[in-house]
Design a protein around this ligand. Structure first.
Ligand code: PLP
Length: 393
């Protein structure tokens, strides 16, 4: 840049070369970009010709060095070929189903899935000619529900709200003999405590909104695949312009660095509270796959390397809504809210009659879902004790 340029021009072009020499920072810089510049037209042509098959920094919508770094962390966690990032976990689910299914196809979805995934199958996908049948959360009716045009099996294990387990090894083996893909929602496992790709799934997706971010301040989804099904997903993402902000990617990266340590603490606290809840006379069932009483406990022992901060409990059948509200509304350490995976404790009512269609919850009591945070569990138990005292009021 020449000193003879006007101030207006110099303001735009100053400070573009690296501003420092010396060592390197521990963390990735945030690279914010829409436009990416090339040295000459030949380089631009070459980069454009390679970017379909290779990960090349060529335009902000296809990712930046900051988002690529996070993709690599996810691929490492999941044991995947590659990973794409999405603005939310739900966007990751939607794009995955659109990438692998077309009008006229049928897919099987587990009864245990996150409710908005169920709504997507029953609404938008159905309207666009993609049919879905729900199968039992344990997967035992999978073969009976198979159709000639079944192209994909979608599981969530452990399931949302009550953490049902399925035998993913067996489901994947069967689906593959029928030429179908297996997709798993791995939000519960965070890529740490459950490894769908190692258990035969072809695609593992998760809401990085939860434990990866870990601080309840960022939304993000991720889809990690084996090599054979990468290009269909990648092309669909590019066709729809799926991308995430590098600032958000940086925040998730910061969360990931402490995730393993946080998860161990969430697990320890949740188990303490689960054991305490099991001794309460008002609670017929505590849902947590790490409890020996849980129907999926043997599969959890085989397939999971731990549990997290999620536990749910059933109240005595017949307990009415106003009584459940009394228990929850006076809690001071549990925020009333959905989502989970932050450092803080949360409580919400799980409406199982709406959340499941294959299994029958009509005879069961109300279910309350807790996310146990990093607070001292003794304080959380004292808070819950006041809640149970209010039940008698
Ligand atoms: C929260 C959640 C999602 C969706 O994530 P968002 O980022 O909130 O869209 C998907 N699957 C499961 C199992 C979840 O718990």
């Amino acid at each position: 840049m020449s000193k003879s340029s006007s101030l207006q021009t110099r303001l735009l072009h100053a400070g573009k070369s690296p501003a420092y020499s010396g060592g390197i920072a521990v963390n990735q810089p945030v690279v914010r970009a829409s436009t990416v510049l090339f040295a000459n037209t030949a380089e631009q042509r070459e980069m454009r010709s390679r970017r379909g098959s290779e990960r090349i920094f060529s335009y902000g919508a296809r990712g930046t060095p900051t988002t690529f770094a996070l993709e690599d962390v996810l691929s490492e966690l999941e044991g995947a070929w590659r990973t794409r990032l999405f603005p939310t976990g739900l966007a990751a689910i939607g794009m995955t189903l659109l990438a692998y299914l077309k009008p006229g196809d049928h897919f099987l979805m587990a009864d245990s899935v996150y409710e908005p995934a169920r709504a997507l199958a029953q609404g938008f996908l159905k309207q666009h000619g993609i049919a879905c049948t729900f199968f039992a959360a344990d997967g035992l009716d999978l073969q009976a529900k198979w159709q000639d045009n079944t192209k994909l099996v979608y599981v969530e294990c452990p399931g949302s709200l009550v953490y049902e387990m399925c035998d993913l090894l067996a489901i994947s083996a069967y689906a593959h003999t029928r030429g179908a893909l297996v997709v798993a929602d791995n939000t519960w496992g965070s890529g740490v405590q459950y490894q769908p790709l190692q258990l035969g799934a072809d695609v593992s997706l998760l809401a990085a909104t939860k434990y990866l971010s870990g601080h309840s301040d960022v939304m993000m989804g991720a889809v990690s695949t084996k090599q054979a099904c990468w290009s269909a997903l990648n092309e669909c993402c590019d066709a729809f312009g799926m991308t995430v902000s590098p600032d958000d990617a940086w925040l998730v990266m910061r969360g990931v660095r402490s995730m393993a340590a946080r998860l161990q603490m969430h697990e320890r606290h949740a188990m303490e509270i689960a054991n305490w809840l099991q001794a309460r006379p008002e609670v017929p069932t505590v849902f947590c796959p790490a409890l020996p009483e849980h129907p999926g406990h043997e599969l959890w022992k085989r397939d999971c390397s731990g549990t997290n901060g999620l536990i749910s409990f059933e109240l005595t059948p017949g307990t009415d809504d106003a009584t459940v509200d009394r228990l929850i509304d006076g809690l001071t350490l549990f925020g009333i809210g959905a989502s989970w995976g932050g450092y803080e404790s949360l409580v919400t009512v799980a409406h199982m009659n709406k959340a499941r269609t294959v299994s029958d919850w009509s005879k069961r009591g109300p279910v309350v879902r807790l996310h146990i945070g990093l607070e001292d569990p003794a304080d959380l138990i004292a808070d819950l004790e006041t809640g149970f005292a209010r039940l008698q009021a």
